[in-house]
Design a protein. Structure first.
Length: 318
């Protein structure tokens, strides 16, 4: 008999078709963002859940799920939305979708750097209002060539970004839980502490996972470590930035500009960023290409299929 799977958000059609062939699926045709209560209700009678980053599957939700749920396959590489420890205690496997979104996300990371450094937000605004004229000092920004890029979290996305940024003439520095092998480092300089990394970062790109250790890692104190006029970008998760401190640093120009694709409490965005001309903001588009979203959902489906066929999946993270 086919396994019954709750798919919490609408997927691209080809993915829903494949899922429907493999499983008995409960689809979300209106793409409603389910409340925690509704998610628990809908999971009754199901064997697994294909979740999205918009589902907050915390301790309370996991402990309310029916015993029939054996896997939560997250349609994302990040899994900060799921309490993986509690899931493990309940014998529920949690999987994610690494690799397939690396390039698309690194592209957006580069766009954030370019947008913030070259004052794209202000430029778009002037252009749309047609109230500009070319002049030698109009919207002068910061050039990337020869500047130092600090990468916080040198995993797959961090390394893909390093490769792109090098072609822009940037010098790469990084902080990671462990130092990478020389081949993986590929000329980048490892830093033992965030203080050391931040102090050489003309531009910082946050590419690390959201964990207890990285929560609010950019805060009032650590912002002081940066060179004056640094640029900060975040393609990972909003949890890493203490927004009030960041907005303050933008206002007093300690930080020259910010490029953001992710936020605390999405889809809300701290109003301090929206009112700030030097903030280049995007609505969580990291993996948003047809190719990548198709491959991600495909992998999330394969993770479930493999798990029920073999009891394993190479993408189990708990
Ligand atoms: C997107 O943010 C992801 O984690 O896949």
């Amino acid at each position: 008999m086919k396994k019954k799977i709750l798919i919490t958000r609408k997927l691209l059609r080809s993915n829903e078709e494949r899922a429907s062939k493999l499983f008995d699926v409960k689809l979300n045709l209106n793409d409603e963002v389910y409340s925690q209560k509704k998610l628990v209700e809908l999971s009754q009678g199901c064997d697994g859940i294909l979740s999205s980053l918009t589902d907050k599957i915390d301790e309370k939700v996991i402990n309310s799920l029916p015993a029939s749920i054996k896997i939560i396959s997250n349609f994302a590489v990040g899994f900060g939305n799921i309490d993986q420890e509690v899931a493990r205690k309940r014998n529920i496997a949690v999987t994610n979708t690494p690799d397939v979104l690396t390039d698309a996300t690194a592209e957006i990371a580069m766009l954030l750097i370019l947008g913030a450094c070259r004052r794209a937000n202000e430029g778009i605004d002037y252009a749309k209002k047609e109230n500009w004229k070319w002049s030698a000092d109009f919207l002068i920004g910061k050039q990337l060539t020869g500047s130092r890029l600090g990468i916080l979290g040198m995993g797959r996305i961090g390394r893909a970004l390093a490769k792109i940024a090098k072609s822009f003439g940037m010098e790469i520095h990084y902080r990671n839980r462990s130092k990478l092998s020389p081949e993986m480092e590929d000329g980048a300089t490892f830093h033992e502490s965030i203080k050391s990394l931040f102090s050489v970062s003309d531009v910082l790109s946050i590419c690390c996972p959201a964990t207890k250790e990285t929560k609010d890692i950019i805060n009032k104190e650590t912002l002081e470590y940066f060179p004056s006029g640094a640029i900060i970008t975040n393609v990972a998760r909003g949890d890493m930035i203490e927004d009030e401190a960041m907005v303050q640093a933008l206002t007093n120009r300690k930080i020259y500009a910010i490029g953001l694709d992710v936020y605390k409490g999405e889809p809300k965005i701290h109003p301090g960023y929206l009112n700030q001309p030097s903030a280049f903001v995007l609505p969580h588009l990291g993996s948003a290409t047809k190719k990548t979203r198709t491959n991600m959902a495909d992998l999330a489906i394969t993770n479930i299929d493999e798990f029920f066929k073999t009891g394993k999946s190479k993408n189990i993270i708990n």
